[in-house]
Design a protein around this ligand. Structure first.
Ligand code: ATP
Ligand code: MG
Length: 484
């Protein structure tokens, strides 16, 4: 696909080489690019035509144009227009207005959502450090910044040139015009695609200050596309990473899922750590990785990498993945460490595990929110790691019925693959799941035959008799048994 792009970029090279930035936009006609209407979502095309018909300008923009040019199937289609959100909403009965930070419209076609936003100008900066927020009004619309300079609301509408300038990276400011099937390049994105470069639009420091999530997006695209960060785009990241502390945990949660749960988790994880960003997403995990803590039965880094590989492989082969699984992987080493600490303080294994899980989750939600519908299955997966070895009697049959069995089992395999020795437990469960009832009973019998304290039925210790003090045995002494 990049080869298809070469000719058009060559044509444009003299423009790119020119110091006259005002030569933008470069307009690439249909004959000179590889993006065809046939590759686009028919619903997105419908939205473009309807907006055009109602007298508005409308373009496809962002990831869908970028990914098509690179040769990747885009995951969603974003439309941008000079119609206001309210006007868009009036045109499409199947739409709803959403967002506060960015007001936009979702046009719904069955399960597909086409996101339609209005051209925006960048929010004007105000010198107002004493206030928690500053608000400015332009063209009847509003914007606001926090005391840290982070843009809280950005609903200042503008024209297409202004819209391009406030986008994050040059390759995300390419606009596809369905009227004549041309692509409009406002910031040199095509050349950057050609050179496999991620380049922020404008001054990197200022753009990260306005929205620190752009640092994460830079890393996400580097992991996803295998592109390099251009020097000025990369330079301030380590120093400015701490600004992520001011981003709401719910937004960071969503970003983490996109970063690590989109099929390039390993590369992205490595880059996040390299740029000093991971610690603002997973402070406990980063501290533990830095400390070099390991145990015979857990190697945190190998385990996390193995878990990410599992997610990447599943996505690349078209299988589904659960966000709670990914989070359970990332936090498991921290849970294992806390579990050990609580047990060392004398707490029995099961309450120690619950206490460890509570502590790790409490710490984590200060960085990235974890909705309860995810934290509950995470706990179940962790819990299952202590239940899967206990297979005797009816337990194996009951565990198999557990709604989280499959996730718990997959998690166990990741532990084994990362070097944890579990005495063939994964193979045993593999055989048990697929065996006939007779084979299952045989498998359980084989465990019983070599039962030990960990796996076999609990044995009753012989009763200890109290030293006789001359009295006859009382009822209480007779009932004193321990099955621990
Ligand atoms: P993908 O959807 O493949 O993850 P994308 O680039 O389309 O990538 P979206 O989050 O869908 O990402 O955003 C759509 C477009 O909106 C981007 O391409 C970019 O132009 C703009 N955009 C998104 N987030 C930001 C941001 N934080 N700052 C500036 N522009 C942004
Ligand atoms: Mg997108």
């Amino acid at each position: 696909m990049l080869t298809g792009l070469k000719s058009l970029v060559r044509k444009a090279t003299s423009l790119f080489a020119s110091p006259q930035a005002q030569t933008y936009p470069i307009i690439i006609p249909r004959s000179d690019h590889s993006l065809s209407r046939q590759n686009l979502s028919p619903n997105a095309v419908k939205v473009l035509y309807r907006l055009n018909k109602a007298g508005y300008d409308a373009y496809l923009v962002g990831g869908c144009v970028r990914d098509h040019l690179i040769g990747i199937d885009p995951k969603d289609f974003d439309v941008v227009t000079n119609a206001t959100p309210e006007e868009v909403h009036t045109i499409f009965s199947n739409s709803r207005l959403i967002g506060r930070r960015f007001k936009l419209v979702h046009v719904t076609f069955g399960r597909e959502i086409i996101e339609v936003s209005t051209f925006r100008a960048s929010a004007a900066q105000e010198d107002n450090d004493d206030e928690n927020t500053s608000t400015t009004s332009l063209k009847g619309k509003d914007s606001a910044r926090s005391a840290h300079g982070i843009v809280l609301r950005d609903n200042v509408y503008g024209n297409i040139e202004e819209d391009a300038e406030r986008r994050d990276f040059t390759f995300n400011a390419l606009y596809y015009n369905v009227k004549d099937f041309s692509i409009h390049d406002y910031c040199g994105g095509l050349k950057d695609i050609e050179n496999k470069q991620i380049r922020i639009i404008g001054d990197a420091r200022q753009r990260y200050q306005e929205d620190p999530v752009r640092m994460l997006r830079a890393i996400r695209f580097a992991g996803k596309l295998g592109f390099e960060l251009e020097a000025k785009t990369a330079a301030p990241i380590k120093e400015m990473a701490h600004l992520l502390d001011h981003i709401p945990p719910a937004r960071l949660f969503e970003e983490v899922l996109k970063l690590l749960g989109s099929g390039n988790g390993i590369e992205t994880f490595v880059l996040l750590r390299q740029y000093g960003l991971f610690r603002y997403l997973f402070p406990d995990a980063e501290a533990l990785l830095q400390s070099g803590w390991k145990r015979d039965d857990i190697n945190p880094e190998a385990f996390i990498l193995q878990g990410l590989k599992n997610t990447d492989d599943r996505i690349q082969s078209g299988k589904t993945t659960a966000p709670y699984f990914l989070y359970a992987v990332l936090l498991w080493p921290s849970v294992a460490l806390r579990h050990e600490e609580f047990q060392a303080q004398g707490m029995p294994a099961t309450p120690a595990l619950h206490q460890a899980a509570n502590m790790v989750l409490d710490n984590q939600v200060a960085s990235t929110a974890i909705p309860r519908r995810f934290s509950t299955p995470m706990r179940e997966i962790w819990d299952m790691q202590f239940r899967l070895p206990k297979r005797y009697g009816k337990r194996a049959f009951l565990l198999l019925e557990h709604p989280r069995f499959r996730a718990g089992f997959d998690f166990l395999l990741i532990r084994e693959l990362s070097g944890t020795k579990l005495d063939g437990l994964g193979d045993w469960w593999e055989a048990f799941q697929h065996g006939s009832e007779n084979q299952q009973r045989e498998l359980i019998k084989n465990i019983d035959a070599r039962s030990n304290d960990k796996e076999g039925p609990k044995k009753r210790r012989p009763r200890r008799r109290r030293k006789s003090n001359g009295n006859s045995t009382s009822a209480s002494t007779l009932s004193e048994t321990s099955d621990e």
